[in-house]
Ligand binder design. Structure first.
Ligand code: ATP
Length: 224
């Protein structure tokens, strides 16, 4: 059944998750808390459109996201992109979620982005359509300050026009607003983890132990 405007907003969290780590998990957890979301839907990309092919298969990245989020009742995982034949574009994902048999047109959706992803937004396919389909909430990320004056002009204009300082405003419309939130700063990246693994070094305490065991047992990354 299509959901309604007065339902709490649903967080949408896409990524390559190669592999998923505590930076992602804290982002989703703190977004749900600070933005008063009904929950967060994790959407692992199948073939990411804007970057090199991930080292591990989409099914393995999906399995890691499922494992990492299984115990959290506010999280669910959408596997549709993993099984799609074409590259993952967020705008198409959001159009799919807006269909009547998914979230429908009225449910507030909040696309969750780290600051690095947000500052690169103008490179995304049909980026201006994203805000017709969802709100955007930007998480602060170490090393990626949000300096509005340094953003591409069109994105800075968008920010100035649409920024709301009270997250409650996200519940009042289906889409179109921008918010930011300060999450626990964790300078963890999947790149860092892949580099550690490639050098046979330990990634402990950067991602859940059971994922490290899975990575090791499945020989997902060479050398580890
Ligand atoms: P990579 O290093 O391979 O580029 P990543 O760690 O940035 O990967 P992605 O799967 O590309 O992870 O990111 C998914 C989303 O999570 C993006 O919006 C990104 O900005 C955000 N994100 C990833 N790590 C962090 C972090 N440590 N703090 C805040 N946001 C993060």
């Amino acid at each position: 059944m299509p959901e309604r405007l007065h339902d709490k907003p649903l967080g949408i969290f896409g990524g390559t998750f190669d592999p998923v780590h505590f930076g992602h998990l804290r982002l989703a957890e703190e977004a749900a808390d600070q933005l008063d979301l009904a929950g967060v839907r994790w959407i692992p990309a199948g073939q990411p459109a804007l970057r090199e092919a991930p080292q591990v298969t989409a099914q393995q990245r999906l399995a890691m996201v499922r494992m990492a989020t299984a115990e959290n009742r506010s999280f669910d995982v959408d596997a549709a992109e993993v099984h799609a034949a074409q590259p993952s574009y967020t705008v198409l994902t959001l159009e799919r979620l807006r269909q009547a048999d998914q979230c429908g047109g009225l449910r507030p959706l909040v696309l969750l982005l780290g600051a690095d992803a947000f500052t690169a937004l103008t490179g995304w396919h049909r980026w201006q359509s994203l805000l017709e389909l969802a709100h955007i909430a930007v998480a602060h990320r170490p090393g990626f300050p949000i300096d509005v004056d340094a953003l591409p002009e069109a994105l800075a204009a968008c920010w100035r026009e649409r920024f709301c300082s009270h997250p409650a405003a996200l519940a009042e419309a289906p889409a179109g607003r921008i918010a930011s939130f300060a999450m626990t700063q964790l300078a963890i990246s999947a790149t860092q983890i892949r580099t550690l693994l490639a050098n046979g070094r330990s990634p402990r305490y950067l991602l859940p132990d059971e994922l490290i065991a899975y990575i090791r047992n499945q020989h997902l990354y060479p050398e580890y």
